[in-house]
Design a protein around this ligand. Structure first.
Ligand SMILES: *Cc1c(COP(=O)(O)O)cnc(C)c1O
Length: 669
């Protein structure tokens, strides 16, 4: 026997269009449904017109994202487009520095904070320049982890005091360059990740006759948590152990250079979920710092690495890694922990360095993706009644539906076998309808009615399955109904290019419609991308909906563009994206707020997306060769009389024009 469940659990799970007017809806409901206050960090909100807007502070105008989209459409920019809100980027830099400054002031901490921006999070030149400019008043520096990053970063170190911290594996060419930069007075610090790097730095220092300054990455006992946990702890591939550190200190003291070790560093991995882990790691490294300081080593900097998390999951648990702290709590935890340990050990407090990347860049960019079409599972109008003039197959489906609607009947809750039987009947009748149609015995209207009835039967079964608690397992076929019942919305983008972390490690990103938020979203959709890969879909969503496998969306109508915003895209995603199916980098627009402009913003720059030609070159196809081959095929067909020469020339031209096209579906075409 089954028992009835609380109806509340059903509230938003299954909204059929028939219920539209019964739903009380406001822009607040939309904000709550998509959890915008949870992840939006006060930058994003739903405006009174039901559109998503961006505002960094009350003195700046709010930018309506749909206005920017309209603007880009008028300029014929091919979507998808990544919009960078440069004011948001600057605001995050400022907030980060202010959080540490406030913590330092409140704690009475007798030293300062110096952040560095790890460029691997987003190396785009404009992003790095914007971050540096916003960070100038705070002495913000950079962090690099490879040769190319070092070469990109070095000329941006205008301020002699700002740090350039070099992590990662470093060859002699890189180390020489770093020492040369030290010689001209730049604050460049190579961080020793492996013990032998220390010997190499010493040897190179002797070569050029300088006494090198360097840092050491310490392998702590504390390890991170969540999806990137292996960056710290014993399993980490990075860092030197405490015994190695002691060896290094002995060598340095023996060589009479106790001030060479300028910085101690750890990095626990990205997106640390739990503030206790931060505190524990900071405590551990500060004790190491204090012990070394007491031995007379002049360590100036304590570098707590990256890992400051972003609230992608908007405070909801489940598949997403949430974080349990705010930016201010993070800064407080670090400042107070270092202060307490140093006071207890009676040593001077160091300059605090942190390397937050995700925390700085994630919020500023929004990927705007057009929905190209919907595969809908339309239900039957609730007023529909099958009569004698209807086809037998329709009457049969209707009968099944009517029976399900009469449940629970006088005999009590439905039985599982009853539901399964009804499902099998419906499947059989739908197949029959398809066969009849293909032999011409059913009109197109009748086929549509049969299909609607079929989906109504499925929906009713699903409702009953959810509504009652059965004491037997739910058969696989009925469990699968959930997925069959939702619409598929085909989106003009590639998961593998634009949200790689969703596919690879299941990271959830907030996604929501950019307008019509004053209307209840009555469809439940799964978003699928353009790639021919069955993994090319978004498998879970951020919402207050109990079922996170679907996104509530609006019904789309032909000719009416519908855009979804993918938020918090600014960290890692656009730089890691891969070229599955040869979809390339998307176009970008850089937007600044400006109260003097009619819509409160201006587009400073548009960077075109990768063309077909660019994309092909990465896998060694080049226009000359392809042109020659295509030309040869056409020539043969002309010779064989299959086409006229003029048509052949046109075909070749048509083919060659595609080289300059977007790799995505071009709705402007
Ligand atoms: C990746 C990385 C960072 C940035 O981490 P976030 O989690 O993005 O803040 C900082 N330091 C090092 C050494 C890194 O490898």
């Amino acid at each position: 026997m089954a028992e009835q469940r609380d109806a509340g659990a059903l509230a938003l799970v299954d909204i059929a269009p028939a219920h539209a007017d019964e739903i009380e809806w406001s822009i607040d409901s939309a904000a709550e449904l998509y959890r915008i206050r949870g992840w939006g960090d006060d930058f994003f909100f739903v405006n009174p017109d039901g559109k998503v807007a961006v505002q960094t502070n009350p003195n700046e105008p709010a930018i309506v994202i749909a206005d920017v989209v309209e603007d880009l459409r008028e300029r014929n920019i091919a979507f998808p487009v990544l919009i960078r809100f440069q004011d948001v980027l600057r605001a995050r830099v400022v907030r980060m520095n202010v959080a540490f400054a406030d913590a330092i002031a409140e704690a009475g901490y007798a030293n300062r904070y110096r952040g560095v921006y790890p460029i691997k999070v987003n190396q785009l030149h404009e992003v790095v320049e914007e971050v540096l400019e916003a960070g100038k008043p705070y002495g913000l520096g950079l962090e690099c982890g490879s040769k190319a990053e070092l070469i990109a970063a070095l000329p941006h170190m205008e301020d002699d005091e700002a740090l350039l911290i070099c992590n990662g594996v470093k060859d002699a060419m890189m180390l020489r360059l770093m020492l040369a930069a030290q010689q001209i007075g730049k604050n460049v610090i190579p961080v020793v990740e492996k013990y032998h790097e220390f010997d190499k730095i010493q040897a190179l220092g002797r070569e050029v006759n300088v006494s090198p300054r360097f840092g050491a990455r310490i392998r702590l006992g504390t390890s991170g948590s969540g999806k990137w946990a292996d960056s710290g702890g014993d399993l980490s591939k990075f860092g030197i152990s405490v015994p190695e550190l002691m060896l290094l200190v002995e060598k340095m003291t023996a060589a009479g250079m106790p001030d060479g070790l300028a910085l101690l560093h750890f990095h626990l991995g990205s997106q640390i979920a739990d503030i206790q882990i931060v505190k524990q790691a900071v405590k551990e490294i500060t004790h190491i710092y204090a012990q070394l300081a007491k031995r007379g080593l002049g360590i100036r900097y304590l570098d707590v690495g990256g890992g400051l998390g972003v609230n992608y999951g908007a405070g909801y648990s489940g598949a997403d890694v949430g974080i349990n702290y705010t930016l201010q709590e993070y800064a407080n935890a670090i400042v107070y922990t270092i202060k307490e340990v140093c006071e207890a050990e009676e040593v001077a407090v160091p300059t605090i360095v942190s390397e937050s990347g995700r925390g700085i860049t994630a919020h500023h960019s929004v990927l705007v993706v057009p929905v190209l079409g919907a595969y809908r599972k339309d239900r039957i109008d609730p007023r529909f009644k099958a009569g004698r003039k209807d086809h037998a197959v329709i009457r049969a489906l209707y009968k099944t539906l009517a029976h399900l609607q009469s449940l629970p009947g006088p005999k009590g809750p439905p039985r599982m076998y009853e539901l399964l039987e009804a499902y099998h009947d419906a499947v059989e009748k739908r197949e029959e309808a398809d066969t009849l149609f293909s032999y011409g015995y059913l009109t197109l209207e009748d086929k549509a009615t049969a299909e609607r009835l079929y989906w109504s039967v499925c929906a009713r079964i699903r409702t009953l399955v959810v509504q009652f608690e059965f004491h037997e397992p739910i058969p696989g076929e009925l469990q699968a109904l959930d997925e069959h019942l939702v619409d598929q919305y085909l989106c003009d983008f590639s998961i593998f290019q634009s949200i790689l972390d969703h596919w690879s490690i299941g990271q959830g990103f907030p996604i929501m419609p950019l307008e019509r938020l004053d209307e209840p979203p009555l469809r439940r959709a799964m978003l699928v991308d353009l790639t021919c890969d069955s993994d090319g879909k978004v498998s879970h969503y951020v919402s207050s909906n109990p079922d996170k496998r679907f996104l509530p969306v609006h019904r789309i109508s032909d000719g009416q563009p519908y855009y979804l915003g993918f938020f918090l895209m600014g960290a890692y995603q656009d730089i890691m994206g891969d070229s599955h199916n040869l979809f390339g980098r998307v176009a970008e627009a850089h937007v600044y707020a400006d109260a003097a402009e009619p819509d409160g913003y201006y587009i400073e720059k548009i960077i075109a997306g990768t063309t077909v030609q660019d994309m092909l070159a990465t896998v060694q196809y080049f226009p000359n060769d392809l042109h020659r081959r295509m030309n040869e095929i056409i020539r043969q067909k002309i010779e064989a009389g299959v086409i006229r020469p003029k048509a052949g020339v046109e075909l070749l031209e048509q083919y060659m024009r595609a080289f300059g096209a977007t790799t995505y579906y071009d709705a402007n075409d």
